[in-house]
Design a protein. Structure first.
Lengths: 281, 309
């Protein structure tokens, strides 16, 4: 990314106010925000419970288990936060108001993406603390390099989820359609397709490994097993696990974000949203 | 200055806006009149850079809507015919969000928000949630949002729709005030008496064609080649109508009741006085003689056919 585009999309992007908006929307407490207050209270209790559990059983909990849980939470959190990011704007018809403001489509997408990343970043930081405790005290063997690789896979998969949800939100007319499409996509790629491959190939490990290669949960298990010196199968070499997967997640995220921006242009060019009746004009 | 030149928008075979041209100066409050589907919203959406024109363009203070949309956007306040408000945010938060998007410096935002809230009479609702506001207040909040960056041009699409009479009156006063502040205000509506009250310029559009454009009184005068006179007589309304048909400048005369006659008259005020003199001298018992005031609604009905595309 050049300095100019970095300035345009990040440092000089007025849509970074989305970070503040996300914070106000999801993290504000007080009168009139009782749902927020309730959800935040439950989350705080869950987190304190996790911390207490980790401190109590620090020698028995494997760090990878917490990274696994973190990735699972990201898988739910990203679609929940972002499914309405663009479709919701269309739905409540605030999209036109935003489009008439002096911001580019790229700035809008970047602002929404960075707003979601902030929430994900906070989640990541919150999970890092108990994970580091287990890393320090876990009685089993946890080499540092696979641990870092696992954290990188979890974080980059979170980024990919944000990009995917924004992309599908940009393509959908309604928020719930964006949410449904995102969850269906995840269900298909993470569970249904590997399950189908496993069934069709009658337990062929190589085929299953190929089908699961981009599944972060599989990748986390693979990293742990490889760090023990064991093999997953006779399919892919150990080299392809870890950084190549992170690179894939990040690269695919970039493609989806660029496609989202392009989709916004498409959505605005009178083809997809062309008035269906003369009276709409 | 807003200069619209041959603006055209076509969807396949459908011509939504057909070469609309007009020019507005700071302080102009322009009423854009047309039936549903006439092309008002499409024109406004093109000027607000939301739709790309098929042909033609518009410039606002020298910035072209096609070549330099970002510059145009920073000078306009666009209020669509729907609220488009965010839920779960407070009034000041909503305005703060848009002030940041319009790059109002953080140090000035508090004052700017206070000023626009004061102008739109929403100061007491500063800490209220947006969804708790009444429809009229939400409309005023939308207007406040349009004003946070002190735009040169305000594009208000059907701003009074769905408002109660009091809210309408308040909105009209506010729009008039904005015109006095030197802003160009474009207001679209099909509630004509409302526009006539506070617009100094109007344009009538039908099926994408701008049929008339200019100051309200000029349009009203220009649309009527004859004036309608209303005569009240004690009796003999039919006879007086027949008599007047032979007089100069009387285009048509018809008794609408036993004591009332309507006359289409093409003469000036001197000739109008002559007409009255003739009637009285012939012994017709005239007890009332007045010219019917033409208004924007008459002009609109006269110029348009009611056809939609």
């Amino acid at each position: 990314m050049t300095t100019t585009s970095w300035k345009h999309l990040v440092t000089d992007n007025p849509m970074l106010v989305e970070i503040t908006r996300t914070r106000r929307r999801f993290m504000s407490l007080g009168a009139g925000r009782s749902v927020n207050s309730g959800v935040i209270a439950v989350l705080i209790m869950c987190y304190l419970g996790l911390l207490l559990g980790v401190l109590r059983f620090r020698e028995d909990i494997a760090p990878i288990g917490l990274i696994f849980a973190q990735t699972a939470i990201f898988t739910i959190l990203a679609p929940a936060l972002l499914h309405g990011s663009i479709a919701g704007e269309r739905e409540r018809r605030s999209w036109d108001i935003l489009m008439a403001a002096p911001v580019s489509k790229a700035q809008i997408v970047a602002g929404k993406f960075l707003g979601a990343l902030t929430v994900l970043g906070i989640g990541f930081a919150l999970f890092l603390f108990p994970t580091l405790i287990t890393l320090a005290f876990y009685r089993g063997h946890t080499p540092i390099v696979p641990f870092l690789g696992a954290e990188a896979i979890s974080a980059s998969f979170g980024i990919l989820l944000c990009a995917l949800t924004i992309f599908l939100s940009a393509r959908a007319r309604r928020s719930f359609m964006a949410l449904g499409t995102t969850l269906t996509t995840l269900l298909l790629t993470l569970l249904a397709i590997p399950g189908l491959v496993a069934t069709l190939t009658m337990g062929n490990d190589v085929a299953l490994e190929f089908a699961c290669y981009f599944n972060p949960f599989w990748a986390l298990v693979a990293l742990v097993r490889l760090s023990d010196g064991s093999h997953i199968s006779n399919g892919m070499p150990a080299l392809v696990y870890g950084l190549p997967q992170v690179a894939f997640y990040l690269g695919f995220s970039a493609i989806l974000l660029a496609w989202s921006i392009n989709t916004l242009i498409f959505a605005d060019n009178d083809v997809k949203f062309k008035p269906r009746k003369a009276s709409d004009a | 200055m807003l200069e619209v030149r041959n603006l055209r928008k076509q969807y396949g075979d459908l011509v939504a806006v057909n070469g609309v041209s007009f020019c507005l100066q700071p302080g102009d409050v322009f009423g854009f009149i047309g039936s549903n589907g006439a092309g008002k919203t499409t024109t406004i959406r093109m000027i607000s850079t939301l739709l790309e024109p098929t042909a033609g363009t518009a410039t606002l203070n020298g910035a072209d809507i096609v070549k330099d949309p970002l510059a145009v956007r920073s000078m306009i306040g666009y209020m669509p015919d729907f609220f488009g408000l965010y839920d779960d945010v407070k009034v000041w938060e909503y305005l703060d969000f848009f002030a940041s998007i319009y790059r109002v410096p953080r140090s000035q935002r508090g004052d700017v928000i206070d000023n626009v809230l004061q102008l739109t009479d929403l100061t007491v609702k500063k800490d209220a949630f947006v969804q708790s506001l009444s429809r009229g207040m939400q409309q005023r909040l939308c207007l406040a949002r349009c004003l946070v960056h002190d735009p040169a041009l305000l594009l208000l699409d059907e701003p009074a729709s769905g408002l109660d009479p009091r809210a309408r009156a308040e909105l009209k006063a506010l729009i008039g005030e904005l015109g006095k502040m030197g802003k160009i205000v474009v207001v679209s509506s099909h509630i004509l008496p409302e526009l006539a009250d506070f617009c100094n310029t109007v344009g009538i559009i039908e099926r994408g064609d701008l049929l008339a454009f200019g100051p309200v009184d000029q349009i009203v005068k220009g649309a009527h080649t004859t004036r309608v006179l209303e005569l009240r007589l004690l009796r003999e309304a039919n006879a007086s109508a027949r008599f007047m048909l032979d007089l100069p400048h009387v285009v048509a005369a018809q008794a609408t009741s036993e004591s009332l006659v309507c006359v289409d008259f093409s003469g000036d005020y001197e000739q109008q006085a002559e007409l009255l003199k003739h009637l009285v001298s012939e012994g017709f018992p005239v007890i009332g003689f007045r010219e019917q005031e033409a208004d924007l609604e008459d002009v609109f009905l006269r110029l348009t056919t009611g056809a939609v595309q």
